[in-house]
Design a protein around this ligand. Sequence first.
Ligand code: HPA
Length: 246
Amino acid sequence: MAKLAIIGGTGLTSLKNLEIINREVVHTPYGEPSAPLTHGSIAGKEVLFLARHGYGHTIPPHKVNYRANIWALKEAGADHIIAVNAVGGIRADMTPGRIVIPHQIIDYTWNRINTYFEEGLTHVTHIDFTEPYCPGLRRMLIDGARAIGLNAVEEGVYATTQGPRLETAAEIDKLERDGCDLVGMTGMPEAALARELDICYACCAVVANMGAGRSNGAITMEEIEQNLNEGMERVRRLLERVAPLV
Ligand code: HPA
């Protein structure tokens, strides 16, 4: 049977609809994951949950040990991952509170360890990453969102920036010219590491704010938190629908 893991991002450090069975402290050859793994169930389906930024939300995007997180989930048996990520909207329809299921990603991060394939190699390995997200799991998220009337955006190109600062208005314009529709700080290298370990991985993004320069005034943490509260309620409903089908 497939084993589903959920990685919660900003605004989703715990899942209200997750019945917790136990918490497990895990060590990996790549160091410590962001938090203990939570074993639990959603709508009767056994799932694993990991808070990407730690349960106290203390680890910034560029300091997350992505390798340890993905390794720990794989070791615990996960072969599917739904990654929940807070993002800024670039395209006009990526409005605050909306759910987006991206289909592509561009990596603008730097200085993050982004592969398992660098030590003790017998040969150099290049994974295929033409389609960065698992089509089957994306389909389930899209169908699930339709079934419960979420009005999700069903595709988009996710720009992963380094953070932790937000972008300048000119950077958002440049990302748009590059073909990006949404912007966040945690999409990579997580998606690529999951592919390296052969895990079916899809992203459920929640728009927290319009990208810099796309709304009036500065982007505030209050605005982000308020929009995420609404968006994460939708994510919880979507996970309840999708988890039992994986
Ligand atoms: N930019 C990058 N990451 C983000 C944003 C943003 O505007 N909002 C939430 N995460």
